[in-house]
Design a protein around this ligand. Structure first.
Ligand SMILES: NC(=O)c1ccc[n+]([C@@H]2O[C@H](COP(=O)([O-])OP(=O)(O)OC[C@H]3O[C@@H](n4cnc5c(N)ncnc54)[C@H](O)[C@@H]3O)[C@@H](O)[C@H]2O)c1
Length: 359
């Protein structure tokens, strides 16, 4: 148990998905104390703060950052604001946590990495689905040497977004959302793919807009060659009347399949089928040793605290976020040009400064 003095003092900025972050901090309240909520829409923020017993509501990030008692500022603001706000938080001497997509280009990504290296504080991107117990069990089986050689992974992101979803003014537009289903929705599921198998070395993507009248894509199909030579494919739509998310990993030793709950498929239950009865027994024995930690936002915050305390690696790093931004850049470039794209992407790539469509 952590004493009150050892808790990190946090402010959450933006009370859309920020409300889920607040619940996450509450679930690990022995490690964090949320001392302020910041949102330009104070009327929206006040009842949220009250619900969580937070007395301080601030309308402006600059004003919030004058508070020297803060240790961590958690940015849950629209994507086009992230880059400047993260720099502002680091510049004020506080750790920055920030929602996906972290930034809007590889160039911004690399600038953030330089800013972090020059600072005594850190930046933690959010990828909370990594901490579901189902995918954590697969990581345990891989670490135990039971999975073997990867053959094929399939990822399905079949969700439903109706016109009302795009009533929020920043959504659906290249200038403010910076992308569609690949950037805003499937980004998590592709992060999980790479969390298990590492980065791809090539990809081919086709993205299109068919469901809603928006600028950005809402359907896509991607083929990946992963770094280990295994194959992966991903299908994405925001027009699926029945919503599912599914990950299926075929290895020589086992097949792992997630549940299909659209927004929590990384949690239990996953099925793990061994290739032989003997492997099934070893899988059961390994899973019996599984130590469940908190999941999702609470799970990421919990591990963030441990990493800062012990000087270990953050549960999600800037390198992880760079890979997600690299995938996005490569997918849009592939879809736009019809080319297969090789990774990693360096500073000489034509879309290094921006993946936005070239007009
Ligand atoms: N990890 C996830 O599963 C997940 C889920 C949903 C959204 N997100 C991400 O979270 C971010 C926010 O999305 P959302 O759906 O909550 O959006 P939202 O529009 O519902 O909420 C954003 C909030 O930020 C506030 N805001 C805007 N500009 C601000 C500023 N300059 N200073 C302070 N507050 C400001 C707005 O008033 C609003 O309350 C996006 O990057 C989105 O992609 C992540």
């Amino acid at each position: 148990m952590t004493s009150a003095a050892e808790r990190l003092r946090v402010a959450v900025v933006g009370v859309g998905i920020g409300r889920s972050h607040l619940r996450g901090y509450q679930a690990v309240s022995d490690r964090f104390e949320v001392v302020a909520v910041c949102d330009i829409d104070v009327e929206k923020a006040r009842p949220v703060a009250e619900e969580h017993g937070i007395s301080r509501v601030v309308p402006d990030l600059t004003e919030l950052l004058r508070n020297d008692e803060l240790d961590v500022v958690d940015l849950c603001t629209p994507p086009h604001l992230h880059f400047e706000q993260i720099l502002q938080v680091l510049g004020s001497g506080k750790h920055a946590i920030c929602e996906k997509p972290l930034v809007s280009s590889l160039r911004e990504m690399d600038e953030l990495a330089r800013a972090e290296a020059a600072s005594s504080k850190c930046i933690m991107p959010i990828f909370q689905y990594r901490f579901g117990h189902g995918i954590q069990k697969l990581k345990l089986l891989i670490a135990s040497g039971l999975a073997g050689t990867a053959y094929l992974a399939t990822v399905e992101t079949a969700w439903r977004r109706r016109p009302e979803y795009y009533a929020v003014p920043w959504r659906g537009k290249w200038a403010t959302e910076r992308g569609g289903a690949l950037l805003g929705h499937a980004i998590h599921n592709h992060d999980l793919l790479c969390y298990v198998l590492g980065a791809p070395r090539h990809l081919f993507a086709y993205a299109t807009t068919r469901v809603n009248e928006i600028e950005v894509e809402d359907c896509a199909a991607i083929a990946f060659e992963m770094a280990d030579g295994s194959a992966a494919s991903s299908g994405v739509t925001l027009g699926s009347a029945a919503e599912v998310t599914r990950h299926r990993f075929s290895f020589s030793g086992l097949v792992a399949e997630s549940n299909t709950r659209p927004y929590t498929n990384s949690g239990d239950p996953w099925t793990f089928a061994g290739d032989t009865p003997e492997l099934d027994e070893r899988i059961s024995a390994a899973l019996a040793e599984f130590q469940p930690l908190p999941e999702h936002y609470a799970g990421q915050f919990y591990r963030f605290y441990d990493a800062l305390r012990d000087g270990g690696q953050l549960p999600v790093t800037l390198a992880d976020a760079r890979l997600s931004i690299e995938l996005i850049t490569a997918m849009y470039y592939s879809s736009e040009t019809g080319q297969r794209v090789s990774l990693p992407l360096k500073a000489d790539h034509p879309r290094y400064a921006s993946w936005l469509p070239q007009t």
